[in-house]
Design a protein around this ligand. Structure first.
Ligand SMILES: [Zn+2]
Length: 339
């Protein structure tokens, strides 16, 4: 019996020493120490051993078990150590390599242009106001004197959430919201995102930005509007910039005009940038329609005002000479970094 145990123990130790993976070690454990293992079998064979011999054999079996267990643990620890050393070797850091630079973002041309416009108007005493992008039809159209049958309400242009709620097609509804509050006089600009169901191309996008301006006070005249927008154009495009007002039609202003600025590339002589005309269209404006004032509970006999709307992308494209609007929405850092 003693011989048999010694042989088992030697076999086990040899197998352990030959093991190269934790899996083979586990196989050895099961083969000798498991429920159906060889040492266990010896214990089960105790009934054939003389009664007085049994404690001694038991002790020998336990000793063998301890020796094998110890060898298994030792081998396992060594394997783990070797694995870690290997991993450390693989993950060694070469401190002489150039470091990875963190990518820092860049302000978007729209943001730069907006901050410039805000700076100009805040300097003239205007307040910056924001309104909801999901808007009631009432504010987006009705209160701006755009009746239910107006073509602008056609689904081709407007995203309807339901018959009463739209994605605002312009920043003008903020005008109506501010006027309704009844705090006069008003000097505000309202920048923000607007939505039209347009296909994407070099000059169109279903989502873009506008900046709305509104002044309501006693004795506000068209001369005030012209003077204000002249200052705005000079601040934005340079001291030499001239402005030209062309008659136009908007539902919520009367009279209405479109404003051109003299081309800041050629100074008005005509070039490729201004398509040879010397002028570049930048915004629409007009005197607030008396009906719009009335609908917002402002007495048109006492108060008058002017409003204007300018496309933020239009300014960014002009100011930074970008020829495709889509570039503004791709957010490619290599593009953005140029401004
Ligand atoms: Zn030009």
């Amino acid at each position: 019996m003693k011989e048999k145990l010694k042989k088992l123990q030697e076999e086990a130790i040899q197998l352990i020493e030959e093991s190269v993976t934790p899996e083979t070690l586990n196989d050895v454990r099961i083969k000798y120490l498991g429920k159906k293992g060889e040492l266990t079998a010896v214990l089960k064979g105790m009934k054939d051993v003389a009664k007085e011999e049994r404690p001694k054999v038991g002790q020998l079996v336990n000793e063998s078990r301890e020796i094998i267990e110890h060898a298994l643990d030792y081998a396992k620890t060594e394997m783990e150590k070797a694995r870690r050393a290997e991993q450390m070797k693989k993950e060694v850091i070469d401190v002489t390599l150039p470091s990875k630079k963190n990518m820092i973002g860049h302000r978007h041309p729209n943001t730069i242009a907006l901050e410039e416009v805000e700076r100009i108007f805040v300097g003239m005493g205007y307040e910056v106001v924001e309104g909801p992008e999901v808007e009631y039809d009432l504010y987006n159209f009705e209160k701006l004197n755009i009746p239910a049958d107006h073509p602008a309400k056609d689904e081709q242009d407007t995203f309807f959430i339901n018959p009463e709620i739209v994605l605002r097609t312009q920043t003008s509804p903020v005008q109506a919201r501010v006027m309704e509050q009844g705090k006069l006089p008003i000097r505000m600009i309202a920048p923000g995102r607007v939505f039209r169901s347009d296909e994407v191309d070099a000059t169109h996008s279903p989502s873009f930005h506008q900046i709305e301006g509104l002044v309501v006070d006693k004795k506000v005249s068209f001369a005030d509007l012209k003077g204000t927008l002249e200052v705005f154009a000079k601040e934005l495009f340079g001291e030499e910039t001239k402005t030209k007002f062309r008659p136009h039609h908007f539902q919520f202003t009367e009279p209405s005009a479109e404003v051109d600025v003299s081309c800041f590339k050629c100074g008005g002589e005509g070039c490729r940038f201004c398509k040879g005309t010397g002028w570049i269209e930048i915004l629409g404006c007009g005197m607030v329609h008396p009906r719009v004032l009335e609908m917002c509970n402002i007495d048109p006999n006492e108060y008058s005002g002017f409003a204007f709307g300018v496309g933020l992308e239009r300014i960014a494209l002009l100011k930074y000479e970008i020829d495709d609007m889509r570039l503004l929405y791709e957010n490619d850092i290599r593009f953005l970094k140029q401004f």
